[in-house]
Design a protein around this ligand. Structure first.
Ligand SMILES: [Zn+2]
Length: 158
């Protein structure tokens, strides 16, 4: 394992503190081998920041990582996602200036090996695109889903 130097808070221009000295990244994985496309969510453990809410796998980027590398590393650590099982389609950057959260939209034709792989989550779920907004979402995902929902739909058009 390489140097992990991304852990830490950033005091952002938006007035909030965000996790990840070099920003953060997450994976929005879309499963296409089911009758309807489904997206992968994890229920965050109660002891974590935003505990008890549904979120994407993700976390702080390290200084040497691009967003795809960080998102896939976090998705593997948290949910056992196999990089070889997915194809990256789009990156949505929620850019605050001093801090950004990049969401990597990727497709898979299997369950990609998804399971609870570390104590940060207590449940995993494949949810239809329409169902996502009905769930108790992590505040960060709730805010970005407005942009991510149409981008996810667009990614399925080809
Ligand atoms: Zn901010």
């Amino acid at each position: 394992m390489g140097l992990r130097d991304g852990d830490g808070w950033v005091d952002c221009d938006c007035g909030f503190r965000h996790w990840g000295r070099f920003g953060a990244a997450g994976l929005l994985l879309v499963r296409r081998d089911t009758p309807q496309p489904q997206v992968l969510l994890q229920l965050r453990a109660e002891w974590t920041h935003g505990g008890g809410t549904w979120a994407l796998p993700g976390g702080a980027k390290d200084s040497h990582e691009d967003s795809v590398t960080a998102a896939l590393r976090e998705a593997h650590e948290e949910m056992g996602i196999e990089e070889s099982a997915l194809t990256v389609k789009h990156i949505f950057s929620d850019n605050h200036g001093p801090w950004s959260y990049d969401t990597v939209i990727a497709h898979t034709m299997s369950d990609a090996g998804a399971h609870i792989a570390n104590p940060e989550s207590t449940e995993t779920k494949w949810s239809s695109i329409e169902e996502v907004e009905t769930l108790n979402l992590h505040p960060g995902l709730k805010q970005s889903w407005v942009a991510l929902k149409p981008l996810t739909a667009d990614s399925l058009k080809n």
